[in-house]
Write a protein that binds this ligand. Structure first.
Ligand code: ZN
Length: 317
């Protein structure tokens, strides 16, 4: 239970810090009753406040509260002396015949102009329920009281929560604007890059570029990418490969005297051996060129291999 509450208070103070600018040491206004009750519960007020607020604390007491304390006979002198060491908050009601009530005094100290702002970021540790109830209407006043020897920090009041929500929304919006600003900057930079590169002709690339170097890299990538576009590379490879092989073989055969042709349709008629060879190959790759299938089978059979040379010569003529 204690751990859970402690975590809750830490979070609360974090939120007070975020929204209302509370910082350590937290200035805590204590009233006379708080001092007395703490003494009655044998609670060491200062350390208890630091445990509750999760941070360094500067306890403060108004002149009026001090006078209340002096006036009450039941407060042990030791406690009064201890409380004297707290920083005295000069509410300037000391000139009055009687001290003001805690409600009047604290409300004038917390919100001197009556503008519903906790100008000096006071935490108020007060046992008077009426006072706390009034202070809840002022946004950003952390409230502490002691109940049965347990120090309790009130959850955020509605007025406080309202301000916190508004503040968070506006911060969120500011964050969005900031992000938008960053995007605009990026766009501007991109435009600049494009303008710079327009001389080298790379401006056509739609800039995803963030810097000049990157945009150039992207430009080269894009140009490369343009090349291979077209027919399916697999199909292209097949179509090119066969004629290339044939040509090579044909040339080689011609040189070695075996015969063979680079253009089978035109020359194979007089060309014996290679034609036969070709026919064999044709069978295996029948799906190939139509021109090859025109190869004259009968002549190829009859033709002697010796006439290959002559055929080659004739062909060249
Ligand atoms: Zn006062």
């Amino acid at each position: 239970m204690r751990g859970k509450r402690s975590k809750q208070y830490r979070k609360l103070m974090h939120q007070y810090g975020m929204t209302f600018g509370f910082r350590e040491p937290y200035q805590v206004l204590v009233d006379a009753q708080m001092v007395q009750d703490a003494a009655r519960f044998k609670m060491d007020l200062w350390p208890a406040l630091e445990r509750t607020l999760h941070g360094k604390v500067k306890p403060m007491i108004t002149q009026c509260s001090m006078r209340h304390l002096y006036a009450s006979k039941e407060t042990p002198p030791a406690i009064v002396d201890k409380t004297k060491t707290y920083e005295r908050r000069r509410c300037n009601h000391h000139t009055l015949e009687q001290p003001l009530s805690t409600l009047e005094c604290l409300s004038s100290v917390v919100d001197p102009k009556g503008s519903r702002t906790n100008k000096h970021r006071y935490v108020v540790a007060c046992q008077d329920n009426e006072v706390r109830s009034y202070l809840r209407s002022i946004p950003g006043v952390p409230l502490i009281y002691v109940h049965r020897s347990v120090m309790i920090m009130e959850p955020m009041a509605h007025a406080t929560e309202h301000v916190r929500d508004k503040d968070e929304k506006s911060k969120f919006r500011a964050g969005l604007k900031g992000a938008r600003g960053a995007i605009t900057d990026t766009l501007k930079r991109k435009r600049d890059d494009e303008e710079e590169q327009s001389g080298s002709g790379s401006e056509q690339e739609e800039g995803r570029a963030r810097s000049g170097a990157q945009s150039q890299e992207e430009a080269s990538k894009k140009k490369k990418r343009k090349g291979p576009k077209g027919p399916n590379p697999l199909s292209v490879k097949k179509a090119k490969k066969r004629p290339a092989q044939e040509n090579n073989k044909g040339v080689g055969k011609k040189d070695s005297g075996e015969g063979g042709t680079s253009n089978p349709a035109a020359t194979i008629n007089e060309d014996g051996t290679p034609a036969a060879q070709k026919r064999k190959r044709k069978r295996s790759h029948k799906s190939g060129k139509g021109a090859d299938s025109n190869g004259p089978e009968s002549e190829a059979h009859d033709a002697p291999s010796a006439s290959a040379e002559g055929a080659g010569a004739a062909e060249e003529d």
